[in-house]
Design a protein around this ligand. Structure first.
Ligand SMILES: [Fe+2]
Ligand SMILES: [Fe+2]
Length: 194
């Protein structure tokens, strides 16, 4: 039985996302220097960002934490919620771009490389700044606003949400993140979290 607070759980997920974003920076270097890239890394990256990043992590934030903060008086149209929601939408649009540009790159590397690198760069720009706002602004604010019972209720909602995605979504996606790091960086020491 976990005793983590819901914001700690989200912060821990941020660390896994940051590792994968760090690997994406190494992936850009490989693409730019013309090194061979295993095409399966793009499928794994899309699966990680879409299922772990969006369906699990962003959904827990939007459907439960943001809604609860709104109930507690934080305006959904103001700072920081509107900015964060907009960034989640931007992330979704970039994930669609990643699927398209990586498929083109796999088919025709020369024609598709620049567009793929552009998409990866935009993802790398988006995530660290988004995560910073949540770790240092949103979560401390939530800690001040939410009571112990609200925190417990939120943890239960998070657990229920994850159960709806699949059994042990964390373990599965931490393993997938490890595989992505290994494929891109070889020895983990050469990859730095973003
Ligand atoms: Fe977020
Ligand atoms: Fe987040």
């Amino acid at each position: 039985m976990t005793t983590r607070r819901p914001t700690e759980e989200l912060e821990q997920e941020h660390r896994v996302i940051q590792q994968v974003v760090g690997a994406m920076a190494v992936l850009i270097e490989k693409l730019e220097s013309g090194k061979e890239v295993d095409p399966s890394v793009f499928t794994d990256l899309s699966e990680f960002l879409q299922t772990f990043g969006d369906k699990c992590h962003h959904a827990k934030e939007e459907e439960y934490l943001f809604k609860l903060l709104e109930k507690k008086g934080v305006p959904v149209s103001g700072c920081p919620l509107a900015v964060l929601l907009h960034e989640h939408e931007k992330g979704r649009s970039l994930m669609a771009d990643l699927k398209l540009t990586s498929a083109t790159y796999v088919r025709t590397p020369n024609a598709g490389k620049e567009a793929l690198i552009g998409t990866l760069r935009r993802l790398i720009e988006l995530y660290p700044a988004h995560i910073w706002k949540e770790d240092y602004l949103l979560f401390p604010m939530a800690e001040k606003l939410l009571s112990e019972s609200e925190q417990k209720e939120l943890s239960a909602q998070f657990a229920e949400h994850e159960a709806g995605i699949g059994v042990d979504v964390h373990h599965g996606f931490e393993q997938l993140a490890g595989r992505i790091l290994e494929m891109i960086c070889g020895e983990a020491a050469t990859c730095h979290a973003a």
